[in-house]
Ligand binder design. Structure first.
Ligand code: NZQ
Ligand code: ZN
Length: 386
């Protein structure tokens, strides 16, 4: 087992009828009364979450920042940063999915940063977010795990870029996870959530045997649970038992637990972010396009784990690595997720080369769990995904 450090300070409040506890949780961070709520395009106004949260915040002075897009936009978020710099707030409460939560992580960090926040996102030397306003979340879409981790992904469509950020200041103080929100989600978003959580698990599993037997079994538990309950949630999003299992799987898949003591390979996400930046494809769908081909190209590296996965998750026998890849693709497709780049755009011919060149420019020469996945291989993986 590899050495590891494990830290997660986010308090999770899981279950229905809990939003009345929001004020007491805010009080744990600040005695201040000025709260900014951040949200997206308005789904929270249609499904009652806005009203429920506002009623809980009745003793607070609430300012609103809405319009955070799916794949949150740098320019939009900077408007909230300016708003806070002009009129400071004591706490920020994100109400939404990964995009609103990620956007809020950026807002609370950039509001406490003196330089140009874009330099942090492009990892300019010496540029780093170190402080943030305290913030919490009310999750409305189980998918990214952002509600219990410190990472965020920010888009800049002017530059066709999508960049990641992180750091300890990015952990929410608390997150409210109420599975009843799932019933108002469009099926497309539910399918996205299942695939994103599944892929977060695979990114921290599909490497080489780690000797961290518990971690591998936890990952397999999440994968098997998602296969079991995913179709049930899609069929009946009001099924509380299934929805709560989806929500907890998605949180557990990316809250730091799975990465403890194991090797990981985030290359599917790295390539996937480029597909979103270049073509606007939903995050989870980019992963479904890339992962099967990445596993084919790096088959020798991942063979032992592919076989373990095939046997334990799909009940296959013998040298079942290739069949395990095929079953993974079939699972995604069974959820209504298409797995070819050409299913989403006609403008894909130059995409592999652009991605290779971007990776080369950034010095991403040695990716994957063995530091041997090259930009040329990334180009090949994207080509195979047409
Ligand atoms: O904007 P509103 O009106 O709220 O609508 C949203 C949005 O259009 C809607 N929605 C959310 N909850 C709903 C709902 N509609 C009806 N009922 C509800 N209860 O769903 C749409 C998509 O929301 P979004 O937040 O974009 O989806 P998701 O949670 O999948 O987040 C995707 C973003 O997270 C990043 C992705 O790259 C992408 O930018 N990720 C963040 C990660 C992290 N911080 O750890 C890790 C992930 O790998 C991922 O990269
Ligand atoms: Zn993801």
């Amino acid at each position: 087992m590899n050495n590891f450090e494990y830290y997660n300070p986010t308090k999770v409040i899981f279950g229905k009828d809990t939003y009345d506890q929001i004020p007491s949780k805010i009080k744990e961070s600040t005695a201040g009364k000025r709260v900014m709520i951040t949200y997206g395009g308005g789904s929270i106004k249609k499904n009652g979450v806005y009203d429920a949260v506002m009623s809980a915040l009745k003793d607070y002075e609430v300012v609103e920042f809405s319009g955070i897009e799916a794949n949150p936009e740098y320019d939009t978020l900077m408007k909230a940063v300016e708003q806070i710099k002009e009129n400071p707030v004591d706490f920020v409460l994100a109400i939404g999915g990964g995009s609103v939560i990620d956007g809020t992580k950026f807002i609370v960090s950039a509001a406490k940063y003196d330089g140009n926040p874009w330099d942090v996102l492009t990892q300019k030397k010496g540029c780093k977010f170190e402080y943030a306003l305290p913030f919490g979340t009310v999750l409305t879409l189980p998918a990214t795990g952002s509600e219990m981790n410190s990472g965020a992904v920010i888009s800049n469509s002017r530059l066709k870029e999508k960049r990641t950020m992180g750091g300890p200041q990015g952990f929410p103080k608390f997150s409210f996870l109420d599975p009843t929100v799932v019933k108002t989600l469009p099926k497309k978003q539910i399918a996205n959530g299942i695939v994103d959580a599944y892929m977060h698990t695979l990114e921290q599993y599909m490497t080489y045997p780690s000797n961290n037997l518990l971690q591998e079994r936890i990952a397999e538990g999440i994968l098997a649970t998602l296969i079991e309950i995913g179709p049930k949630v899609l069929e009946d999003p009001a099924d509380y038992k299934a929805a709560s299992n989806l929500m907890w799987c998605a949180t557990m898949a990316l809250n730091g637990t799975l990465r403890a003591g194991v090797a990981y390979d985030w290359t599917t996400h790295m390539i996937g972010h480029e597909l979103t930046a270049l073509h606007g494809i939903d995050h989870a769908r980019t992963l479904a396009i890339i992962a099967p081909n990445l596993y084919k190209v790096k088959f020798e590296n991942k063979k032992e784990k592919l076989i373990q996965y095939g046997q334990r998750i799909f009940g296959l026998e013998g040298s079942c690595g290739e069949e395990a890849i095929h079953r993974t693709k079939t699972f995604f497709e069974s959820l209504g997720i298409k797995t070819n780049l050409s299913d989403y755009t006609d403008d894909y011919k130059s995409t592999p080369k652009i991605i290779r060149e971007r990776f080369e420019e950034r010095g991403w020469e040695a990716m994957g769990e063995r530091n041997d996945l090259t930009p040329i291989e990334a180009e090949k993986i994207v080509e195979m995904s047409f």
